[in-house]
Design a protein around this ligand. Structure first.
Ligand code: GLU
Length: 469
């Protein structure tokens, strides 16, 4: 039997990191089993679907390594509507489902209490199809439904506690629960690996598989992803969109490595490992069923390590979207013609060791590409104290006299200027840094000045000096 798994996102919003995690787990499982990964877009909720969300999912999957053309699909659930209706009809004809026109209020009036589920009123009343008649599945009165789950063992559900649930609405349209089962059946899915949120639906779905006469798949419900307060990650509260991480400058390699650690770890005391190790070592059965904490701080640290591990040339390439404003990345604060690839290449190795995410490249190098630096006023006030004006005067004079404009000479020269005032280098360089870069922190100062060049450095120092009059 060939293993066939599927990833079945609903295109109702930005692509969620939890979804990306499930997709990767499906992807690896298929690969390990010599199986097939199917992508099915569950687009039957017409009111909430948008084509751009579908495109977003495809491109986010592509980014994370599940590339277009290397899987089966995408299929679209809406294209399968005929099959869904046929299955509903089969269940009705075989007596496994029946029509019902009760409203919630009707049921409540009969049971005289809060609505606690459907009471089975129409089970044997022989109502036929018609407008406003929903189709309900006749659940067994006895016995249990045992869900075989690779991660959770055998969750067991009492059939008598499962109400006769709706499988097609009053307008005849099949509900998601049924469509999802029918699609899995038609597509020959053998393993359903999906988020824990769907576990409560699983006994109902398994009953549908049985009633339709097909052996149910093996299930694996992967843990819910939570924030630091142990709340389920929500798009209203948390940063959940994979696209947001991409735009901030997370590397796909770091992201997918981190996502695979949600509920699982490679052997030894390692977390950052090559993708091939994850592909070898990942075991779906070993995934911890408890909620998995999505720790953005840890992800940032991961990403920093991945950035540092890049060959410099790749780092330079990887920064281009932020430096030149390509793609969906917001344009940088300088004009395209002000960007200087050579200057960037000169400081790139210094920047590479300092970034956690690639977007941070902009405040680190903007001073190189702007006609005058963006002055951070708070930094200016904090740094420019009594004596800064004279210090800048002396520094300008000393720099003007330099024969060779290189980091080492600049450093020893400024050191000497500070020493005359009994200042350590840190204190001496602060006003120079703010004058030239506009900020108190950044790349190593003297290398920065070397790349910026004599003229521009001196002009900025003089301009700052004038502001201090
Ligand atoms: N479309 C469903 C979702 O996005 C997935 C259902 C499933 O995986 O069975 O939550």
């Amino acid at each position: 039997m060939t293993v066939r798994v599927r990833f079945a996102p609903s295109p109702t919003g930005m692509f969620h990191v939890g979804g990306a995690r499930s997709a990767l787990q499906n992807w690896i499982y298929a690969k390990q089993q010599g199986g097939v990964f199917v992508l099915r877009v569950e687009d039957t909720d017409a009111a909430r679907n948008k084509p751009e969300w579908t495109e977003g999912i495809l491109s986010a999957l592509d980014w994370i390594g599940i590339s277009r053309g290397s899987y089966e699909g995408p299929y679209f659930q809406s294209e399968n509507a005929g099959e869904h209706r046929a299955a509903a009809a089969r269940l009705y004809e075989s007596g496994r489902a029946y029509y019902c026109d009760c409203t919630r209020e009707d049921v409540q009036a009969r049971t005289g209490s809060q609505y606690q589920g459907y009471d089975g009123y129409h089970r044997d009343r022989g109502l036929g199809p018609g407008p406003g008649h929903a189709l309900r599945f006749r659940t067994p009165d006895e016995g249990t439904t045992v869900v075989v789950d690779l991660i959770r063992g055998e969750p067991t559900f009492e059939n008598k506690l499962i109400e006769d649930f709706v499988i097609a609405r009053g307008d005849g349209s099949p509900v998601f629960l049924l469509a999802n089962v029918v699609d899995d059946m038609t597509m020959g899915i053998t393993h359903v690996i999906r988020a824990e949120e769907h576990l409560p639906n699983t006994p109902k779905q398994q009953l549908l598989w049985d009633a339709l006469g097909v052996k149910p798949p093996v299930w694996a419900h992967v843990p819910v992803v939570v924030n630091e307060k142990r709340q389920k990650l929500s798009k209203r509260r948390d940063k959940v969109a994979l696209e947001a991480y991409r735009e901030e400058g997370y590397l796909a390699g770091a992201m997918r490595n981190y996502l695979m650690l949600l509920g699982w770890a490679p052997s030894g005391d390692r977390e950052i490992v090559p993708w091939s190790v994850i592909e070898d070592e990942f075991r779906l059965e070993e995934v911890n069923p408890s909620p998995a904490f999505f720790d953005e701080k840890k992800l940032r640290a991961f990403n920093g390590e991945y950035i540092r591990a890049l060959p410099v040339a790749e780092f330079i390439d990887a920064c281009q979207p932020w430096l030149t404003g390509t793609g969906t990345i917001a344009p940088p604060p300088w004009q395209p013609e002000e960007y200087d690839a050579e200057a960037f290449a000169a400081v790139a190795p210094l920047a590479q060791t300092r970034l956690a995410v690639l977007s941070e490249i902009v405040p680190n190098v903007d001073f190189l590409f702007l006609a005058s630096p963006l002055i951070d006023e708070a930094a200016w006030t904090k740094t420019m104290k009594d004596g800064s004006a004279e210090l800048l005067d002396d520094a300008v004079a000393a720099f003007e006299a330099l024969e060779s404009w290189d980091a080492e000479s600049l450093k020893s020269t400024l050191e000497a200027v500070g020493a005359e005032r009994g200042l350590k280098l840190g204190k001496t360089q602060a006003p120079v840094r703010v004058a030239v870069t506009g900020r108190t922190v950044g790349l190593p100062l003297f290398e920065s000045l070397e790349v910026l060049g004599r003229e521009r450095t001196l002009a900025r120092m003089r301009a700052a000096r004038l502001r201090l009059v």
